[in-house]
Design a protein around this ligand. Structure first.
Ligand code: KG4
Ligand code: ZN
Length: 373
């Protein structure tokens, strides 16, 4: 396999992850330790606990990644780590450990932007499948629990990648809105995957939500999801849904994860319709703006990535909306959509080729932007 052998480390949020990727094109290993069972008790991510869990997990997870890849640390060409954005304390664990490893093994260190990682997950998957590289420029919709943004992605003449911000959420990320809606409906945490499954049993046209109005002439590709979340809350207050919510809260109390069938049985038709309508509103908003962005920049294709890209309704809606105007949607499998370190190692490959190495004073950058408008 041509290209550098890179050990990737990702600790920006609530997964402790390590992976070995060859040439940005083949996963030799991809180990993810999810902290969901820890945070579920609290109904959301507790930053302090995330840092502590990363500290416990980082050494064994990196070891596992090397073992599964059957690669000695000495054989690795570089160590790549997420430098931001993310939770400060969580990032610090990965960065500090990556620095220590790189120093001890005499390897270069590469700092990777988390969202560049999500975008490169698409490219890694295509290379693994033997598919051609997308044509550039492309529009990338990065949609997760922490981010919802549209980027123009192109290849620089030097082989590197360049990004331009086309739009982003002004309040909640799409995944965050889903998790909050799930919480207020008593569906537990994280709610995205549960909404995905329950929505197929509801009528997505049952409840009509008004679309957000965004001020600013040049900001029409921005998103806003907090109004939608509030509309769902208002709906629960003005319709007889309280008993059902209480019943589901009892099922999910104390961080319990009931079988999906039990949750479904505790949902009446009106609740299922509300869930389906909410999911559809999010999927439609994301899809229409993504296609509008593709139109605006004359994109050759559309990349869909991030944890919420696992949502089946979003995939279907975006694929259909894009196909109607002649665009293909490229999205990785779910294991590469949600946070992982293979995407970090893959994004580091073109940086390696450019000798874009980090210095030993590499900081953790919780608010790091990928690109300007
Ligand atoms: O990319 P990710 O693993 O972490 C962040 O960088 O945020 O994304 C996690 C988010 C959570 O909000 C989770 O509820 C959402 O992705 N998610 C989903 C699905 N699977 C994960 N949302 C909707 N449908 C899904 N199938
Ligand atoms: Zn992410």
């Amino acid at each position: 396999m041509d290209g550098p052998l890179i050990l990737g480390i990702e600790t920006s949020c609530d997964e402790t992850a390590a992976a070995v990727v060859a040439g940005g094109a083949r996963r030799l290993s991809n180990v993810v330790l999810s902290q969901v069972p820890v945070h579920r008790l609290y109904g959301g991510i507790v930053p302090e606990l995330a840092s502590r869990e990363h500290l416990r997990g980082i050494v064994p997870i990196v070891r596992q990644a090397l073992e599964k890849a059957e690669v000695e640390l000495a054989a690795v060409d570089a160590i790549a780590v997420t430098r931001g954005p993310g939770l400060a304390g969580a990032l610090l664990v990965g960065i500090t450990y990556a620095k220590a490893l790189a120093l001890a093994a005499g390897k270069p260190l590469i700092g990777v932007h988390h969202l560049a990682g999500h975008i490169h997950a698409v490219l890694l998957d295509r290379r693994e499948q033997g598919l051609p590289e997308p044509e550039w420029p492309a529009v990338a919709l990065v949609v997760s629990g922490g981010h919802t943004a549209l980027f123009r992605v192109a290849r620089h003449a030097n082989g590197g990648f360049e990004y331009q911000l086309l739009g982003q959420t002004r309040d909640d990320a799409a995944g965050e809105a889903g998790d909050k809606v799930a919480k207020l409906l008593g569906l537990g945490y994280p709610g995205g995957p549960v909404i995905d499954r329950l929505a197929e049993h509801g009528d997505e046209r049952a409840v009509t939500f008004t679309r957000p109005k965004l001020k600013g002439a040049d900001r029409d590709l921005d998103f806003s999801f907090s109004g939608l979340k509030t509309a769902v809350l208002r709906y629960t207050q003005t319709h007889p849904l309280a008993a059902g919510i209480a019943a589901r809260q009892a099922l999910t109390a104390g961080g319990a994860k009931p079988p999906l069938e039990a949750l479904r049985a505790a949902c009446d038709a009106e609740t299922l319709n509300l869930i389906a309508s909410f999911q559809y509103a999010v999927a439609r908003e994301l899809s229409e703006k993504t296609v509008a962005a593709a139109e605006r920049i004359g994109a050759a294709g559309i990349l869909l990535t991030g944890g919420v890209a696992a949502n089946r309704r979003l995939r279907r809606e975006l694929t259909a909306t894009a196909a109607a105007r002649g665009w293909e949607v490229m999205a990785p499998p779910i294991a590469l959509c949600t946070d992982n370190a293979a995407m970090i190692a893959a994004a580091a490959a073109p940086q390696y080729a450019l000798a874009d190495f980090a210095t030993w004073d590499l900081p953790a950058s919780p608010q790091l932007a990928l690109a300007a408008r």
